[in-house]
Design a protein around this ligand. Structure first.
Ligand SMILES: [Zn+2]
Length: 251
């Protein structure tokens, strides 16, 4: 398994999507671009350090463990079922991040971005990513996924997260066809609405089927009717320090 492939895929996808969304913007921006970018990239720097530090003790250890649901299945079946179960359980995790208040305290930092573009895709509180690493280790152990399935799913997921957070306007017919399988910028834009009934939809991260299965798939909302943000939090953009402290503050 080539370790260098993932950062190359990530970097190339990031640049390509950033260029494309500048050419064909989907929603009008409300924030000054540069300070917002600095904030999102600073958040990304911290989360990269934390996730990097937790990868070995948590996820690698889980991969080496014996057992798990799929362990005895033939390799191709285990590969496909592993990818599907990883993606479904990530849907559950994202849903928990919204409905369980201690987790929402961290996840709201991602939703407080008042514009949505490829830089939002890397704007997560390091605490959310630390908890997500614990959850990832649990997914790997319980499902019994093999390394190949995890690596390929993570690569697809990374590209999907960059793509569906982007401000890229696809032709509406193309978006509508793609959304039958993959999360698109229009679909995920609805999840980032400041209206609670819209935020409480579209929890999928790669395949859209889980929202269809749970009847939480919402699509036909015009993008220009959406205010990007977190429900009940119309305040001005917090500073970097305020964002880092936010999950630990009671109010
Ligand atoms: Zn969310």
């Amino acid at each position: 398994m080539k370790k260098w492939l993932t950062p190359i895929v990530f970097g190339a996808a990031f640049v390509a999507i950033a260029v494309a969304e500048r050419k064909r913007p989907l929603r009008r921006r409300v924030e000054a671009k540069r300070p917002r970018m600095r904030q999102n990239f600073a958040m990304a720097g911290l989360t990269t350090i934390v996730t990097g530090a937790l990868q070995k003790p948590l996820v690698e250890r889980a991969l080496d463990a014996k057992g798990g649901l799929l362990r005895r299945l033939p390799r191709p079946v285990r590969f496909v079922a592993g990818i599907l179960l990883l993606d479904y359980t990530l849907w559950v995790w994202h849903w928990l991040n919204h409905v369980f208040p201690p987790l929402w305290r961290f996840h709201v930092v991602h939703h407080l971005d008042r514009d949505l573009d490829v830089s939002t895709a890397v704007r997560f509180h390091f605490g959310e990513m630390a908890l997500a690493a614990l959850f990832r280790a649990a997914q790997v152990r319980v499902i019994g996924v093999d390394r190949d399935a995890l690596v390929w799913w993570q690569r697809m997921l990374l590209v999907s997260i960059l793509f569906h957070h982007s401000n890229l306007e696809l032709p509406s017919g193309a978006d509508a066809r793609l959304v039958r399988v993959f999360v698109t910028p229009r679909m995920h834009g609805i999840h980032h609405s400041d209206r609670l009934e819209e935020t409480n939809s579209n929890w999928a991260s790669l395949f859209t089927w889980w929202d269809m299965l749970h009847r939480t798939f919402v699509y036909g909302v015009p993008q220009d009717s959406i205010t990007i943000g977190a429900p009940g939090r119309a305040e001005a953009q917090p500073t970097f320090g305020e964002l880092l402290a936010l999950p630990f503050r009671f109010r």
